[in-house]
Ligand binder design. Structure first.
Ligand code: COA
Length: 321
């Protein structure tokens, strides 16, 4: 059967680290509150020279290096972002030009924090139907640019970064590697709980992120547990058989609550939220890459990726490394 196999991963972070203590000097918050409510201790914030595309290009190069593949052999780039360099063309086109990939397709997908799962689902479908052979799937964000730095209820939660995977279509045996199943969902009824108050066709401005955190939290735990069960059932494996879960890194309490709901031990959940904060579409591939490079995720492992974000959107993918 034809499956999309993950051949490599890479990630990139801005140079500058901003600690909770530094934020507490600007807004009415404290390290203690942020750590207790979210698990976040620091985040990386892009300077003027760092953009969504520059982080994406850096992550993509590292993923290609791990995969030992030439950028010219890539015939599909799907990039998830809610903070593109420009309204158009897509940030994926900028990555394509910088890497020197030619001839294939390149486009962005917008599903905010679930963006990487959406991008992975789209790329996987295109690879399995023969529309492309080798894909770069990227999640990249500079959320710091759409934060209201005077709103303590949101500005402490997010950070910037990028993560990438190289996928290749290959004919494999049933027990072989690759993406085994994916499920994506959206429920457009909750716009007012998590949105940006601007855009080209409304205010003509970029806008700032607005969120009712407590309500988002409630939806996140329920939706994530449901979609994880859905994917497990589709493949016919139990939660106990998973080697790792790589969740969207929004809040350590959401990660813990979701793991508890599924009966998963906390040691199987990859957590980077304390260092990266919520990097939206970048968070899953950033966490995945970190766990591959430090030797936790190994060939043959069964790994669940999952995310939930604005829209609401949510999804999960199960892969054998
Ligand atoms: N520092 C100090 N106090 C803060 C604060 C901050 N940065 N932000 C909010 N507070 C205050 C609130 O004003 C409130 O005070 P009040 O009771 O006097 O009104 C109090 O802390 C509790 O706020 P609340 O929003 O109820 O806290 P919470 O326990 O729900 O935690 C979040 C807030 C945002 C951390 C949490 O709801 C969350 O993580 N939600 C999910 C967000 C998410 O995942 N979003 C992205 C999805 S992709």
């Amino acid at each position: 059967m034809i499956r999309s196999i993950v051949r490599g991963s890479g990630s990139a972070l801005p140079k500058r680290v901003v600690t909770n203590a530094e934020l507490a000097a600007q807004v009415d918050t404290s390290d203690e509150w942020i750590v207790e409510r979210t698990g976040i201790r620091q985040r990386y914030i892009a300077d003027d020279s760092e953009t969504t595309s520059s982080l994406a290009i850096d992550a993509a190069r590292k993923a290609l290096e791990m995969a030992q593949m030439d950028a010219k052999s890539i015939d599909l780039i799907v990039l998830a972002t809610a903070t593109p360099d420009q309204t158009f063309p897509s940030t994926a086109s900028r990555v394509q030009a910088a890497l020197g990939c030619q001839g294939g397709a390149a486009f962005d997908v917008a599903a905010v924090c679930s963006g990487f799962l959406y991008a992975l689902g789209v790329a996987d479908s295109m690879l399995r139907t023969g529309m492309a052979r080798r894909a770069l799937v990227i999640g990249a964000e500079t959320f710091s640019r759409i934060l209201d730095w005077e709103d303590r209820t949101t500005c402490v939660l997010f950070g910037d970064g990028a993560g990438a995977m190289v996928l290749e279509a290959a004919d494999v045996a049933e027990e072989g590697p690759g993406i085994l199943a994916s499920r994506l969902h959206a429920d457009g009824d909750h716009n007012e709980l998590l949105y940006v108050d601007g855009g080209p066709s409304t205010t003509g401005t970029v806008g700032k992120l607005r969120m009712k955190g407590r309500e988002v939290f409630r939806h996140a735990v329920v939706n994530l547990a449901e979609v994880l069960e859905e994917v497990l059932q589709e493949v016919g494996v139990g939660a106990a058989e998973l080697d790792w879960v790589v969740p969207h890194q929004a809040n350590a309490r959401i990660l813990d609550a979701t793991a508890r709901k599924l009966g998963l031990p906390a040691e199987k959940v990859i957590k980077t939220v304390e260092k990266h904060a919520n990097t939206s579409a970048a968070s899953v591939p950033l966490a995945y890459d970190e766990a591959v490079r430090d030797g936790r995720i190994k060939p043959g492992d069964l790994v669940m990726l999952e995310a939930m974000g604005g829209g609401f959107t949510w999804g999960a993918s199960l892969l054998r490394v």
